[in-house]
Design a protein. Sequence first.
Length: 458
Amino acid sequence: MHEHHAAEHHVLDPATGETVATIPATTRDGVDAAVRRAAAAQRGWAAAAPADRARLLRRFAATVDAHNEELARLEVREAGHTIGNARWEAGNFRDLLDYSAGGVERLSGRQIPVAGGLDITLLEPLGVVGVIAPWNFPMPIAGWAAAPALAAGNAVLLKPAETTPLTALRLAELALEAGLPEHLFQVLPGAGAVAGDALVEHPGIAKIVFTGSTRVGKRIMAKSAALVKRVTLELGGKSPNIVFADSDLEQAAATAPMAFLDNAGQDCCARSRILVQRDVYDRFLELLTPAVESVVVGDPADERTQMGPLISAVQLERVRSYVPDGAKGIRGTAPEGPGFWFPPTVLTDAGVDSPVATEEVFGPVAVVLPFEDEEDAVQLANATEYGLAGSIWTRDVGRALRVSRAVAAGNLSVNSHSAVRYGTPFGGYKQSGLGRELGPDALAAFTETKNVFISTEA
């Protein structure tokens, strides 16, 4: 795609299909200018006293907190997220800044015992970090990278998804309002094929953090190879929700719907493969049916809504393509009329190898598959190219640990569907990604280790 084709981009409200904003798109030249400005800002930021950097990040967090409702309402309009989720998202960006600020003065190297001298390691910032954020959780996932990268002494260039640039642009304004140096945290809205590629290909950017599809992640990884550019990739998922016969079946069934319907299923951690032990399969479906049918789908600005629309017409068509006419299953309800709506759907007759059971749908669709025993459950859970998340429902502690060790995924929950906390590491096995975000080591991922040996020999 030529850099001058897309001069601006229309942002739509997914609940109505109406245009809510028109945003200028960053060109390749615009990215180049931003990198130069960021590099200059980064040198000053890295030289500042650690306590001063930490203080500014905390001030940024407080400024975000003061604008929580405004940011949440923006997210509802551009992404169709429920208002409750959107408030949590703005709060998560705030928490990431606070948590990362605590690491600024604790980013310690080591002193390693050696003969003939003193050996120390220094953790130094990379320089300018490029962040390519997705549309499914625009604020949190931008923060997962931006907060620790800034805390470690880097500058950040954030390219939001084409459909959801509004909260990112507002966050950049709030950073300046909080007193962060100009050009240190810049938002570059635009097309992936223009602004995104320019970030990946720019020799002045030391690392790319990308969250999105495995297909695009592979392209970014290949392009980054030319410059031996560091990458962190958070990619697709097809996560299992494994329900054993000895579990609290009522609780497992009551929580299963929102484990794949949260954010209308547009979540890489969605537990979209529900694996149920055959002994309790029929009973589980009896319990699951009313739980799915009662999910409130509607206006995302309404406090009672549990699920809103899909992000776009393109995504709606993609999700529809996975659900054949006349497929057996459980259906919820969704609004008629304008907007990109799809009802909660659980398919009960999908083959183990069917596309809906093996590919990431990224919509409010799950499949239920029976299994015989523990060995069968693990084999089914691992029969995918992905390995991001998963849930295990059982009252047997030994089984919980055995299955947790056997399932090839980066984030497992026992008797829970919680996958993301800012204080614990997050990332994928296999084709779900590369590297880890969040948790105690988040800042170190945005540093280089320098080893210094000082001779003490006379």
